[in-house]
Design a binder for this molecule. Structure first.
Ligand code: DX5
Ligand code: ZN
Length: 225
């Protein structure tokens, strides 16, 4: 079995598709490809775990053939175990769910890996690091939320950086630490300095005219951090 894995080297920018033009997904994915992006971050919301609804596995599956980008699914849903197979079938390369939704996540992380995909755990701003520490060995990806999940365009919460640092120190070396929410040129450097390697960015890319220039600016700011 082929294991989905990214060979991309940090800093990795993962455009958050929550902020793209849903009326022109094909065009947006083509513009990201042209901008040199090789990840797409899919924010899945169920209107229950978070107070917003976005899109689900069928949409991801329908755009999967349009790009070679690494598909990074972020499931903000209450029952990820129930829907996991749909996201595997949709062609997601990494599947991340929340520790607040699944406090004993070992089995689900193992199911994701058994399907040849990368397994990720996400943690909300108010949840302490010790809730996920026992499960870090089973993670390929850990995602620290730097806003309350549910909406793009919120303000970065610097108070999560200490937690990011703590988690990075305890994660397996080859696993990636991701940060999500309010990432932009003024904030990305501090996140990189705290050990983050994947930077989810919605507004900082999709609110700009030139996605390539926006991504270059983010990478330079991460490297300067
Ligand atoms: C929030 C999502 C984020 C968000 C990022 O629940 O997980 O991925 O869309 O958007 P910005 O970069 O605008 O904070
Ligand atoms: Zn996200």
């Amino acid at each position: 079995m082929t294991i989905s894995k990214t060979t991309h080297r940090p800093p990795i920018i993962a455009p958050s598709m929550l902020k793209c033009d849903f009326g022109d997904l094909r065009g947006e994915l083509a513009r990201l490809d042209a901008a040199g992006s090789n990840w797409a971050h899919w924010d899945v919301m169920d209107g229950h775990f978070v107070p917003n609804l976005s899109y689900g596995a069928l949409l991801i599956q329908s755009v999967r053939p349009l790009t070679k980008a690494f598909f990074d699914a972020h499931l903000m849903i209450s029952d990820p175990a129930k829907y996991l197979d749909d996201y595997i079938k949709a062609g997601c390369d990494a599947i991340t769910f929340h520790i607040e939704a699944v406090p004993a996540p070992t089995e689900l992380l193992k199911r994701i890996r058994a399907a040849g995909r990368q397994a990720g755990l996400a943690i909300n701003p108010g949840t302490p690091a010790d809730k996920i520490e026992p499960f870090l060995a089973d993670c390929d990806l850990v995602l620290v939320m730097s806003v309350e999940p549910g909406f793009g365009g919120q303000k970065f919460m610097p108070q999560v950086l200490d937690k990011a640092r703590t988690i990075r120190a305890k994660m397996p070396k080859e696993a990636l630490l991701s940060i999500d929410g309010g990432i932009a040129a003024p904030t990305i450097g501090s996140a990189a300095a705290a050990g983050c390697q994947v930077f989810v960015a919605g507004s900082a890319i999709f609110d700009e005219q030139d996605y390539g220039a926006a991504m270059t600016h983010l990478i330079q700011s991460a490297n300067a951090g």
